[in-house]
Design a protein around this ligand. Structure first.
Ligand code: BTN
Length: 266
């Protein structure tokens, strides 16, 4: 099924609640940032567990660090408030939950595009045919609430031909790869179902989980530079290990990163 462009009813909210673990949906035709809105609801104690904040058009999306997230018309942008502690994810597992969120988007996109190459660029960017198609921004809710705001953006019906110049070579969208409009409800439901499934695997300590992120690692075998706080290392990427750390082979020996950003790929 494909969606009518610019449709007011771009999302089937009843279906989202029926078929996913989101229990409530707050929908905005247009909003600056679903993560900001979700965090505000958490602060005001007005966010039930598993609340989904969804928009048809995000105008000032935030990315990791100081990045902005371009969300052209027809893209998918949403934030899920998850009570991670109730879900069985203690704070020590949150870095892995961030990786798993990227993995979930990866697996969902794989199922939507069939044979195309989808990869996970540590920690949680999703690449299709070597270009970024999705990003994840996870923020922690009010102290001791045990809540995470899991923000996900995916380029769906927004062709990169409409994107700012600097993104055109580096990013892609479902429509650019498949040549067809997708129903954003279908894409959203697929991602949320994967997210629930993969986070449950993490909560239950599924021993097969690491092989799923290892085999999708986009950086394996590449020479990269990783920055984490004031630390910056350059080396050959050996992949993502069992604990979700990115492993670099450097001049000083192996180095593991549990967080940070890849600042250069050679
Ligand atoms: C990144 O790649 O740096 C992360 C991008 C995350 C974008 C999503 S879109 C929905 C949610 N709301 C935001 O403002 N950001 C996230």
């Amino acid at each position: 099924m494909s969606e009518t462009p610019h449709s007011q009813a771009a999302f089937d909210l009843d279906r989202i609640v029926r078929e996913t673990f989101a229990t409530d949906v707050v929908f905005h035709e247009e909003i600056e940032s679903t993560n900001t809105a979700a965090l505000e609801l958490c602060q005001a104690d007005r966010a039930p567990n598993s609340l989904l904040v969804l928009t048809a058009q995000q105008t000032a999306g935030r990315g990791r660090g100081a990045n902005v997230w371009w969300a052209g018309e027809g893209s998918l942008a949403f934030s899920l408030v998850l009570n991670a502690l109730e879900f069985g994810l203690p704070q020590a597992s949150w870095p892995q939950a961030s990786l798993i969120t990227g993995l979930s988007v990866c697996v969902a996109v794989e199922s939507l595009v069939d044979q195309e190459a989808v990869a996970l660029k540590w920690p949680n960017d999703v690449h299709l045919q070597g270009r970024k198609i999705g990003g994840v921004l996870i923020e922690v809710g009010p102290r001791s609430s045990g809540r995470l705001v899991i923000g996900i953006g995916v380029n769906v019906n927004n062709s990169l031909t409409e994107a700012p110049m600097e993104l055109r070579e580096r990013a892609t969208s479902l429509i650019d790869v498949t040549g067809q409009m997708s129903d954003r409800t279908d894409v959203l439901v697929t991602i949320l179902q994967q997210l629930e499934h993969q986070l449950s695997r993490l909560a239950h300590g599924d021993p097969a989980l690491p092989s799923d992120w290892q085999k999708r690692c986009a950086l394996h075998g590449r020479v990269v530079e990783v920055t984490s706080g004031i630390e910056r290392k350059h080396g050959l990427c050996q992949g993502i290990d069992e604990e979700g750390a990115l492993v670099l082979s450097t001049a000083e020996g192996p180095v593991r990163f549990f967080g940070g950003s890849v600042t250069r790929i050679e």
